[in-house]
Design a protein. Structure first.
Length: 135
């Protein structure tokens, strides 16, 4: 149910993805297009928690980044659904990592599991940049 509220795509394999990122002041907008299924989110920095807050529809996730010198790891610090906080013991566990390979390609491995429910989301792959400037 939470994944539907966040407008995440249905399960699939070998699906092309295109990501469009834009910025308006301190807010970043991400649109992920999984073969015509669009998942949109907005990201802001939460100074009180030191986390990145990502809003997906009716779901907000506070993400705690960590960097080991080669890879960016992302854990889930807080989650609300319809504004209701999820208790810490029920928070999904994320094993998400992002990195740049030796050829300069941006790679990602996104995964989250919920206690007692198992795998919620998993996608992995790479992106190649296509920059555009408007205005």
């Amino acid at each position: 149910m939470a994944l539907r509220l966040g407008r995440f795509p249905p399960a699939g394999s070998n699906i092309p993805v295109q990501v469009t990122i834009s910025r308006d002041g301190q807010r970043w907008s991400w649109e992920r297009d999984f073969n015509d299924h669009k998942t949109q989110s907005s990201l802001t920095y939460d100074h009180d928690t030191g986390c990145v807050r990502e809003d997906f529809g009716a779901m907000s996730i506070w993400l705690q980044p960590s960097f080991d010198g080669r890879r960016l790891g992302i854990s889930i610090h807080r989650l609300t659904i319809l504004g209701v906080p999820i208790p810490p013991f029920l928070l999904p566990r994320s094993t998400t990592t992002e990195w740049q390979d030796e050829q300069g390609c941006f790679k990602f491995d996104v995964a989250a599991e919920a206690p007692g429910l198992g795998l919620l989301i998993r996608y992995q792959g790479w992106l190649t940049p296509v920059h555009s400037v408007s205005g």
